[in-house]
Design a protein around this ligand. Structure first.
Ligand code: PGA
Length: 254
């Protein structure tokens, strides 16, 4: 059975002091996780090392929000896989819609980053999702297929076992509009079928697909109850320990 993975994307929030405060409050609230649930926090780069230190001996894992596709070099402002690993990260979010929209990230670049992460022992959480006009035009499945094929190109079945896909409809991110559990489930099923075609049913059955976009304590249980929704990528509601903890406890015991 697939695990349920709840990840918190802190985005560009929380200074070092605020990060310490949040993670200190979160630790006792996550000391008794259901056995099928994994929890990840993804603070900004500046807080990774200190958060990693605070998380030692806890049930919470650490991820970053982005990573360079290069190993090292004269790339001012970039952060490499080696830096993330040395700061204590196991996961990295790649291709978030904000990276695509504001920083011009393409499926090709996200694919290079994903391959770099996998080759170096970091588990990528790769984001896909359609924009509002695309949903209204009825091309959601086409858009998602193009993104999935693009970001997974050249990734082996073995490596795919370490990948998490996050389906995040762009119109639902930070807007308070959530996809209905049925709308989300339909896209998750589409992704799983596509991965089955590209790889095998076995691989597709094992793939963790998170939903993201205005997940809150009051809608998490219904979303997470869907067969193909295996977790959540949470933005706004992960910035307070108690609301993130209520989302975590809304995970079904499978
Ligand atoms: P949100 O963000 O929960 O604030 O909508 C989700 C995300 O962007 O990962």
């Amino acid at each position: 059975m697939r695990r349920t993975v709840i990840a918190g994307n802190w985005k560009m929030f929380k200074t070092v002091d605020e990060s310490v405060e949040l993670v200190t409050a979160l630790k006792p609230l996550t000391s008794n996780l259901k056995p099928n649930v994994d929890v990840i926090v993804c603070p900004p780069f500046t807080s990774l090392a200190i958060v990693a230190n605070l998380l030692k001996g806890s049930n919470v894992k650490l991820g970053a929000q982005n990573m360079s596709e290069q190993d090292e070099g004269a790339y001012t402002g970039e952060v490499s896989w080696k830096m993330l690993k040395s700061a204590g990260c196991e996961y990295v979010i790649l291709g978030h819609s904000e990276r695509r929209q504001y920083f011009g990230e393409t499926n090709e670049l996200i694919n290079l980053k994903a391959k770099k992460a996998l080759a170096n022992g970091l588990r990528p959480i790769i984001c896909v999702g359609e924009k509002l006009d695309e949903r209204e035009k009825g091309v959601t499945e086409q858009i998602i297929s193009t993104q999935i094929k693009g970001v997974l190109g050249g990734i082996s079945s073995d490596d795919l076992k370490k990948v998490i896909i996050a389906y995040e409809p762009v119109w639902a991110i930070g807007t308070g509009k959530t996809a209905s559990p049925l709308q989300a489930e339909e896209v998750h099923q589409h992704i799983r079928k596509l991965v089955a075609q590209l790889y095998s049913w076995n691989v597709a059955e094992g793939l963790v697909i998170q939903y993201g976009g205005s997940v809150k304590p009051d809608n998490a249980a219904e979303l997470l109850a869907q067969d193909d929704i295996d977790g959540a990528l949470v933005g706004g509601a992960c910035l307070k320990a108690d609301s993130f903890a209520s989302i975590i406890s809304a995970s079904p015991s499978r």
